[in-house]
Design a protein around this ligand. Structure first.
Ligand code: SF4
Length: 734
């Protein structure tokens, strides 16, 4: 029988000449999609596609993943080590030995002159886990500075801090499959369709089957809010007030799960006393959500058989970020919504391996969620690494955000930046620029040599990127996936692991500490010290992880031997047979008094500035500014501005305007839209010398994460639009 397809002009897909497909996990966001990269007859990566039998993405990829094969030979890749005496002088090409010797000698010189902690190291969430572990061993075990952190402080620190305070340990307890079981989902400050498109697809598929209630709390009418049953346009920075009010209603109407609370938590009476102060009438005046809506949401959430909450930067990037996470956990705990299918509090993490650095980098302590503050943990790791336990500091040092203040005040004199670009990503760019100028020595290790921060470096170390390297990454739902090399770094560039091992040789002259060369061997070393921990990975190795297309931790060797778990590993934490990580096995309910310390609009700066990411771009655009069509979709710094406000200010669609904050100014294009209220503008943060010229970035007291989303600005019309366009163009570096 003829079906007409042949007669009707059949679809043709461009033939890119792929002769072999190679497996990896995506190197952008924390969703953890499995990807295959197609190589042509010359071995050149020419195509990307999603892996159908991977549980996370089931064949799908988003815009960034689809173009990921173009990363390898994108513009600006570093191909040789470089050196110079002063940061403002021209670069000289040099050998690896000279660059590494110079770095080693400068670290020692600064430490000897100013003290061990006067040299700081800041890494990333973009490397592979074995690289994080090796860098942690080098930093904690040999170099010995306590001022060591990752750029994950800018995105996930509040989630980490909140989990630790509530449950006694970091570690998201839920998984994507929970969308398929839940009856109610509250998304706090999370715009899944743009930030985590494939998690959104998983959520949407589940919602179409189960039609659970979706409630979105966000000051802006995001894409997710447009899909919600209820959108709560909260006043920025007041989430904790809304959380307290929801708990007030739940307890007032006796909707809490008393059996769960008594069996699994401490602190209910103290929490009850605090939330009693947040009746919906009082709370509505602070958080901007009307009292009826507060009662309605509280009842729906508490009466649902299973209810889950997700959140992203809308909660984390606040002076109440850690409290916001604790508030989410409080809500989950008093309704018995932890550790059961569809009942969880799931932080949607940021970078592809933000979780890997949380688990293994030793930034906030020692490997696998061990604490520097614990003598037992120090002893255990010192013995394993063959070093003196007294070499370890007894509490963690500065966070990234405090390190820059310490450079400013002269406590820190040297800096090693690894795969991070603080000049674009930290708030208050002018302040960071001044701090960088003060460094006696700065080494930048990055796959790109043209990052803004490299302007201030004395040594540049060219690194490999993503699938030029071998190792694993952990995604939002604790799923470990493997990345295998499918290309080689350009020129003389080397994998980060190679750089750390060569640096370790220089600090490890007596050879007391071992540094395996190969990622699969390092993974086995990590698996050994994971035994009995919450993040137990002793049942895994690289081959099994690849075979299963990712395995969730915990997955122990005993479970593997007995065949107890499904092939994907442990779906949830804190289920009936697992206790929380405090010594008595119970979670803490923590009262959260609200103190309003945000920068708020006033007469001179009357508009809220909200910043965030767009689907086309990744963070500071070092990659997406150059790859595929990503930049073409969104090349211009712009603000979303309410049409009524634009009309009042005499601003037309497409005109350039000047945004002015207490820190500085930026020139951006106006795009009127009802997605933002009349007292707010939204500005994507990707562009260099743009959003973060304006942001204040007050720090959360627990997590030290900056409040990127709560600053105040005014908007000025610009008469000379040609000059305005020129100024704006300067921010579009690529
Ligand atoms: Fe990569 Fe995230 Fe897109 Fe998946 S959703 S393809 S992990 S950027």
């Amino acid at each position: 029988m003829l079906f007409g397809r042949k007669q009707k002009n059949p679809i043709k897909i461009a033939d890119k000449g792929v002769v072999e497909w190679k497996y990896a996990a995506c190197g952008y966001c924390s969703t953890g999609c499995s990807i295959e990269v197609g190589l042509n007859t010359d071995g050149k990566p020419v195509a990307s596609r999603g892996v159908a039998d991977a549980d996370v993405n089931r064949g799908k990829l988003c815009l960034k993943g689809i173009f990921e094969h173009e990363l390898f030979d994108s513009a600006g890749r570093g191909t040789e080590p470089k050196i110079r005496e002063q940061w403002h002088q021209p670069w000289q090409s040099t050998s690896w030995d000279t660059a590494l010797d110079k770095t080693h000698d400068e670290i020692l010189r600064i430490q000897e002159k100013y003290g061990r902690d006067s040299f700081a190291i800041i890494s990333t969430g973009q490397m592979l886990t074995e690289e994080f572990y090796t860098l942690g061993k080098l930093t904690r075990g040999l170099i010995g500075t306590n001022n060591y952190d990752g750029n994950t402080t800018l995105c996930m620190a509040s989630a980490v801090s909140g989990y630790k305070r509530s449950f006694g340990s970091d570690g998201p307890p839920g998984c994507y499959e929970d969308f398929e079981h839940t009856d109610c989902l509250i998304a706090w400050g999370s715009n899944l369709p743009e930030q985590h498109p494939i998690i959104y697809w998983r959520m949407k598929e589940a919602q179409e089957k189960k039609n659970f209630t979706l409630i979105v709390v966000d000051p802006r009418v995001t894409m997710l809010a447009q899909n919600a049953h209820m959108h709560l346009p909260i006043t920025p920075g007041t989430d904790v007030v809304l959380m307290n009010a929801l708990m007030h209603v739940i307890i007032d109407e006796d909707l809490q799960d008393m059996a769960y609370i008594e069996a699994n938590t401490n602190g209910f009476d103290e929490l009850k006393a605090e939330v009693a102060k947040y009746d919906p009438v009082t709370a509505a005046k602070i958080c901007g959500i009307d009292e009826d809506r507060i009662r309605h949401v509280a009842r729906i959430f508490a009466k649902s058989e299973s209810a889950m909450q997700i959140w992203t930067m809308g909660i984390n990037q606040s002076t109440h970020g850690s409290d916001g996470v604790v508030g989410i956990n409080n809500l989950a705990l008093i309704t018995g919504n932890i550790g059961k299918p569809g009942g969880t509090s799931l932080s949607i993490t940021g970078q592809c391996n933000a979780m890997g650095t949380r688990e293994w980098s030793s930034c906030s302590g020692l490997p696998n969620h061990r604490y520097l503050e614990s003598a037992e943990d120090r002893e255990e790791i010192a013995k394993f690494w063959n070093i003196d336990p007294e070499f370890f500091p007894k509490k963690r040092g500065m966070f990234q955000t405090d390190i820059y203040h310490a450079i400013e005040s002269g406590q820190i004199k040297g800096l090693w930046l690894i795969a991070t670009n603080p000049l674009t990503s930290l708030p208050n760019t002018a302040r960071i620029r001044k701090a960088m100028e003060k460094l006696e020595f700065c080494v930048v290790q990055d796959c790109y040599e043209d990052t803004e921060s490299a302007q201030y470096a004395h040594v540049y170390l060219p690194a490999g990127t993503w699938a030029e390297k071998e190792g694993v990454m952990t995604n939002t739902e604790r799923r470990i996936s493997v990345v295998k090399p499918l290309a080689t770094p350009p020129g003389q560039a080397k994998p980060d692991l190679w750089v750390f091992n060569r640096m370790a040789e220089r600090f490890n002259k007596n050879g007391n500490v071992t540094f395996p060369e190969k990622a699969p061997d390092i993974f086995l070393e990590m698996a050994e010290i994971s035994k009995g921990r919450l993040a137990d990975i002793s049942g895994m190795d690289h081959d099994l992880i690849e075979k299963q297309r990712g395995i969730q931790w915990p997955y122990t060797e005993q479970q593997l031997k007995k065949g107890e778990l499904p092939p994907q590993g442990g779906k949830r934490l804190y289920t009936e047979d697992a206790t929380f990580r405090y010594p008595d096995g119970k979670a803490k309910l923590i009262p959260l008094p609200f103190i309003d310390n945000n920068e708020v609009p006033n007469e001179k700066f009357p508009i809220w500035l909200n910043t965030g990411r767009l689907i086309e771009h990744w963070h500071g655009r070092t990659k997406t500014g150059k790859i595929g069509d990503n930049n073409k979709y969104s090349p211009i710094p712009f603000i979303e501005i309410n049409p009524d406000l634009a009309h009042e200010l005499g601003i037309q669609r497409g005109e350039y305007v000047r945004l002015v904050s207490r820190r500085s100014d930026a020139v951006v294009m106006a795009q009127p839209t009802h997605r933002v209220a009349k007292n707010m503008v939204f500005l994507p943060f990707h562009f260099f010398d743009c959003a973060n010229r304006l942001t204040l970035g007050l720090l959360d007291p627990h997590s030290r994460q900056p409040a990127y989303k709560q600053s105040a600005v005014r908007i000025e019309r610009m008469e000379d639009q040609q000059e305005a366009a020129r100024l704006s163009m300067e921010m579009r570096k690529f």
